[in-house]
Design a protein around this ligand. Sequence first.
Ligand SMILES: NC(=O)c1ccc[n+]([C@@H]2O[C@H](COP(=O)([O-])OP(=O)(O)OC[C@H]3O[C@@H](n4cnc5c(N)ncnc54)[C@H](O)[C@@H]3O)[C@@H](O)[C@H]2O)c1
Length: 357
Amino acid sequence: MSSTANKPVKTAIAGLGRAGWNIHGRAIKQRQEQGKRDFDVVAVIDPLDERLKEAEATFPGCKGFKDWKTFLKEKNGAEFIVIATQSVAHGPMSIDALKAGLHVMTEKPMAMSVKEADKMIAAAKKAKRILTIHQNRRTDPDVHHLLHIFKSGILGKVFMIKQYSSHFARRNDWQTLRKFGGGTLNNTCPHTIDQLLLLLESPVKDVWGDLQACVTAGNAEDHVKVLIRGKNGRVIDMEVTSAYAFGQPGWQVMGTLGSLRQEGDEFVIKHLDPKKLKKLKADPSMAVPDRKYGVIGGEQLEWQETRVKAKDPQFAVNFYDRLYDSIRNKKKLFITPESVREQLRVIEMARRGTKFV
Ligand SMILES: NC(=O)c1ccc[n+]([C@@H]2O[C@H](COP(=O)([O-])OP(=O)(O)OC[C@H]3O[C@@H](n4cnc5c(N)ncnc54)[C@H](O)[C@@H]3O)[C@@H](O)[C@H]2O)c1
């Protein structure tokens, strides 16, 4: 057993904003308040003095750094860093930190391109350090519940999944500017695409995307439509927009034996028992008897309806628990950089042919 086994992971956080402070600083603080001493914040990096002071006051022994290079030299004992700065900086800062001997978890988006992601993966291999990405929505229980439902066969062969997320939201922060890696495809869609690639259950065959800038300031897209087809023939229809003032149904799934739709916090599944379906053979007759539609001779489908809790807690995963196991107990990484590279490939394909390449 190594000398660090079971000791708190000495953590640095770069960028103390909405993600760095509100998500990561808070998660580590909450774990400590629950009596878990598995992560400790020993260093923070941010140009803003008041944010450094706030972190130093929250985590005893934590040292604030205004300058990235100074931190990389001193580290104050850090062995792991969370990078939660503007998206365009994730790649270069991850590589710097890996070279300085730190394990790295960068916020999404992992990188600005597949090429940059490859450099990060190579840097992690060379440094023999962990590189992971905060794809926290990969822990969402509804996604794992859907996978469980697909595997049960209740829907038959799943051939289409729709995921629409909409609101009408104006904004004008750096996330609306392409030079910082802003825009909906880099900001919200890394979560959505990450989940959808799990649900595709197949390598990606092709991708079509339409990006538009509609209601936000800046020069980045705020409306994203993407179609993804897997090599297994399954199609994903994804829409993430800041320019539609109505809500839309959550998950919708089509299968050859049934359909699933999210209603509030439930999945509603309408399904047929294949044993009760008579085998159909196409009838080539020129005229349809009695000018009727549907199955010739008539058929009454016996629909069954099942309602289940969408976010069933049995499918919940705790991100920081899994991370600790990878850093301290050498357990398989929950989010591998290679899996996120595939997401970046989809993002690049979705940009093709649009003005947001
Ligand atoms: N996983 C999630 O659910 C989630 C949620 C929010 C944001 N994010 C991601 O986190 C990243 C940060 O977004 P945000 O909303 O927290 O931004 P933010 O603007 O709220 O915070 C950015 C912070 O970084 C600091 N900063 C800027 N340049 C820096 C540098 N060179 N070194 C150190 N600190 C620097 C700023 O002073 C600020 O405190 C983005 O890439 C975003 O996509 C992820």
